[in-house]
Write a protein that binds this ligand. Structure first.
Ligand SMILES: [Zn+2]
Length: 184
């Protein structure tokens, strides 16, 4: 299962989603879409210095956007990379180096000073919550992996500030809410 997942992860690396300040260093880019030329206005955001890493899980996409934009106040001002099983792929020796080298592009190109890593409970990369046996075991594994991922970044880029968060789905009556916890 995890071996298979690793293969998928490596393949998925070709499909990194990068948004936010990817355009920051460009002046008046011309984008061609179906023979129509769309000219965007001059974009200049010198403060784009944050890279956000999340899992691709669709259940968290909207909550992640809100959290990044509103709570972290990074709207339109960050690089974003989605990786299947974000933290699992970061700490797994088989995919770690490849990922860290890919991040070097963003870190060097946009002079990234801060990395935000958001992991989540019930992640398919770990086999879901059920594979842990208990909530506490899942929490301990995920927070340990988040801290290890933070250490890997700081080892490679000692001046980086790295913030780590764990998110969970919380059922409140009929509604499902996403809860974010900052891990010290
Ligand atoms: Zn996941």
């Amino acid at each position: 299962m995890k071996k298979h997942f690793t293969t998928i992860t490596v393949m998925a690396l070709s499909y990194f989603i990068s948004t936010g300040c990817a355009l920051n260093k460009t002046s008046s880019p011309h984008v061609l879409v179906d023979t129509q030329q769309i000219v965007t206005s001059e974009i200049s955001k010198p403060d784009c210095d944050t890279l956000v890493i999340t899992c691709i899980d669709f259940r968290f996409v909207i909550a992640n956007q809100d959290f990044i934009n509103e709570t972290l106040t990074l709207k339109d001002n960050y690089d974003h990379i989605s990786i299947p099983g974000s933290i699992y792929s970061l700490v797994n020796p088989e995919t770690r180096e490849l990922l860290l080298n890919k991040f070097a592009l963003s870190v060097n190109l946009h002079l990234i000073k801060r990395v935000v890593i958001i992991g989540h409970r019930d992640c398919g990369a770990y086999g879901g919550s059920a594979s842990f046996g208990s909530d506490i075991a899942e929490y301990e594994t995920l927070t340990t992996d988040l801290r290890n991922a933070r250490e890997l970044f700081i080892e490679k880029y000692p001046t980086l500030e790295v913030d780590i968060f764990l998110e969970s789905l919380v059922q409140e009556g009929e509604q499902t809410r996403v809860h974010f916890e900052k891990i010290p």
